[in-house]
Design a binder for this molecule. Structure first.
Ligand code: SF4
Length: 504
């Protein structure tokens, strides 16, 4: 049975060869991943990690005219209060109504854990459908119902037969995966099983009965479909990045559409009407893109992230090659690179030779490292949250560019702090959630991504460089904060190797 037929999606720990505990050189990591030793690595001590449900929820909350049923204890939905501001902004930036999705919790209590929460879930779905009239109801199944064995899928299937809305289950037992990226698969699994992904007659197109007109309409439609590319976003990719890629693909005469965040049920039905699906990051969407190929025969391209000169050219040329437009892509990249190099030239002396530690998602970190080298910076170490075989191609290139660089596969903050003390980098580029820690350590930091800013393509590389330059020009915040704040670690921890607890 295919993963796609299963009621509950596999977590990445089951679906891919993954690792989350490694320290060594990039070449050693690639060897370790190929030989399977990565799978055996573990830690004898772990700090708490992120919950994969939280990331699935971030994606679901962006979908237009949806409502969310949190099936679990009330606390699991707490982040939705903060998410509303973020998703409203994302909707407004994309020209959509900034309306947050209504959310309701089944509020499981101790007695429900003993007696089961199925009745509550059924009634809550009916209530949300009646009260809010959404187009989609996302039912988020958290840890508790997965532990007690509620048959969420059966309830969702039956509710879907009577509800006016599409009822979509998102299975997110946070305890089940050590890889937060499992969240992407959970979101896409719900979409591909419960949402129509093909256009419907009369709703999306008018079937003609006049032979000649019908033939002409079909030809026109096929022409446009044959030049349409779906590009797949995620929470870390903002509207400015989407616009930059739409602009670059437009220069090749291709029409780009963005899925699946911030799309509506109407737009989702058009997913199958494209000549190509293009990933913007291999970690995000391989699960969905493989499904679309299997179900609709739509080919896909996964060519890393369009970051920096090399990364953007490779991404653009990989897509162009599917349409026989390689030469056009080369010309577009040449022209854009010329302009970008002129724009960045005045800033380069300020960052030349600066030592950088990079931390974040595995593909993004590898691609960003190559870009920083292009700018003349010295990437001394990487830290990827996890590694899986989907990142092998990107890290093949990284190994060529950085034969001696050290890499850690780690999402553990205590190891990160130790590494920073030991390496004393001039700059750390990492997730927004770690910027406070960097400031407390007195280190200059820049965010690896930010949905409000530009990172992709030629516009993105210019703005990233500017952010780095500005971060170096004013470091008073880090200096003042680190002088007044004490970190929670003993000196003895900093004397140990940062990866002391990693065991084979
Ligand atoms: S109980 Fe489970 S699903 Fe809920 S927040 Fe905690 S880890 Fe996430």
């Amino acid at each position: 049975m295919s993963f796609y037929d299963a009621a509950i999606p596999p977590v990445r720990d089951q679906r891919l060869k993954i690792g989350d505990s490694f320290a060594g050189s990039v070449c050693e990591m690639l060897d370790c991943a190929k030989s399977g030793c990565m799978l055996r690595r573990n830690r004898s001590f772990w700090q708490t990690g992120a919950c994969q449900m939280a990331l699935t929820l971030m994606m679901a909350a962006t979908v237009e005219r949806s409502a969310i049923v949190m099936h679990g204890p009330i606390g699991c939905g707490a982040q939705l209060h903060a998410l509303s501001a973020q998703t409203n902004k994302g909707k407004a930036q994309r020209g959509k109504q900034p309306v947050p999705p209504p959310w309701v919790s089944t509020n499981l209590k101790e007695s429900d854990v003993i007696g089961g929460g199925e009745r509550k879930l059924r009634e809550t779905i009916e209530y949300v459908d009646r009260e809010f009239r959404p187009e989609i109801i996302f039912v988020v199944s958290t840890c508790a119902p997965n532990i007690i064995g509620d048959d969420v899928e059966d309830i969702v299937r039956k509710a879907g037969e009577s509800a006016a809305a599409h009822v979509v289950s998102l299975h997110c037992p946070g305890f089940k995966s050590r890889v937060v990226a499992s969240a992407y698969d959970a979101f896409y699994h719900g979409l591909l099983r419960h949402l129509p992904l093909s256009p419907e007659p009369w709703r999306d197109f008018v079937p003609h009965h006049d032979g000649a007109a019908e033939e002409l309409g079909k030809l026109k439609y096929e022409y446009i479909r044959g030049r349409t590319v779906n590009i797949w976003n995620a929470t870390s990719i903002g509207p400015k990045d989407e616009d930059e890629l739409i602009r670059l693909l437009g220069a090749l005469g291709l029409k780009a559409r963005v899925f699946a965040e911030y799309a509506s049920a109407d737009e989702m039905r058009m997913v199958s009407q494209a000549a190509l699906n293009a990933s913007m990051c291999d970690v995000h969407d391989d699960y969905m893109l493989s499904f679309l190929k299997e179900k609709f025969g739509t080919p896909y391209v996964m060519a890393g992230m369009p970051i920096g000169f090399k990364g953007t050219r490779r991404w653009l040329e990989a897509i162009a090659s599917r349409f026989g437009l390689e030469e056009d892509a080369g010309r577009v990249a040449d022209y854009e690179e010329r302009r970008a190099r002129e724009a960045i030239a005045p800033f380069l002396p300020e960052i030349e030779g600066k030592r950088v530690l990079l931390c974040g998602g595995v593909v993004r970190v590898g691609t960003e490292a190559v870009f920083l080298k292009e700018l003349g910076m010295d990437v001394i170490s990487f830290r990827a949250y996890h590694y899986d075989d989907g990142a092998e191609e990107v890290y093949g290139q990284v190994a060529e560019e950085f034969p001696d660089a050290r890499i850690a596969v780690s999402n553990q903050l205590f190891e990160f702090c130790n590494q920073i003390k030991e390496l004393a980098p001039d700059l750390v580029i990492s997730h927004n959630g770690t910027q406070g820690t960097l400031a407390k350590l007195g280190v200059t930091g820049v965010q690896l991504f930010d949905a409000d800013k530009s990172f992709f393509g030629y516009g993105g590389l210019f703005y990233m460089l500017r952010r780095i330059v500005f971060a170096f020009r004013n470091t008073s915040y880090q200096k003042r904060l680190s002088a007044r704040v004490k970190m929670p670690y003993r000196d003895s921890w900093y004397e140990k190797d940062a990866f002391h607890y990693i065991k084979d």
